[in-house]
Design a protein around this ligand. Structure first.
Ligand code: RTP
Ligand code: MG
Length: 156
């Protein structure tokens, strides 16, 4: 339920190409954390799309490897909703580097399903502002084709 003092948030979670075949386990983790899956989309990012999504990292040494990895196969983007969804999902992910995650947070998603500092199984928005931008990236509010998303609509 919606406890007093709780903060309902939405965040953008993405399953990276190396963990798309672990969606069953990952949906279980989402469920166990009391997060609700409100939108989902499987897509193969183009080089430009991946570079735009990670534009804040364009000057980093790992940028090219990151974009190469993110375009190596399909990803699954999800909107998750729940109390403090941004930080809850980041906690489920664990540390950025999957090697570090296996030492510091063995049950985390990156510990279980990732490989190293780049191939790390999942992404999560790092703030409410990032979540707004990243949700609009994958689920544009102006989307004109196909049925409207009314999955989370209570009065329609
Ligand atoms: P993300 O944005 O994907 O949720 O990951 P994050 O916040 O934990 O880490 P961030 O610093 O934003 O890095 C974005 C992604 O770039 C890859 N990376 N590779 N040294 C490296 O080789 C390196 N550092 C970062 C990872 O895929 C990381 O998730
Ligand atoms: Mg990040």
């Amino acid at each position: 339920g919606n406890k007093l003092g709780s903060k309902k948030e939405r965040t953008l979670a993405m399953i990276k190409p190396d963990a798309v075949n672990k969606m069953g386990d990952i949906l279980q983790m989402i469920n166990d954390a009391n997060l609700i899956l409100t939108k989902a989309k499987m897509t193969k990012l183009t080089w430009k799309q991946a570079a735009d999504f990670y534009t804040e990292h364009q000057t980093k040494s790992f940028f090219n490897n990151l974009v190469q990895f993110m375009t190596s196969g399909p990803v699954v983007a999800m909107e998750l909703m729940g109390d403090e969804a941004v930080s809850v999902w980041r906690r489920i992910l664990g540390p950025t580097d999957s090697g570090v995650a296996r030492k510091e947070a063995p049950p985390s998603l990156r510990a279980q399903f990732g490989t190293d500092g780049t191939r790390n199984a999942g992404h999560g928005s790092d703030s409410l502002a990032s979540a707004a931008r990243e949700l609009e990236f994958f689920f544009p509010s102006t989307a004109g084709h196909g049925p409207a998303n009314t999955a989370n609509c209570t009065d329609c």
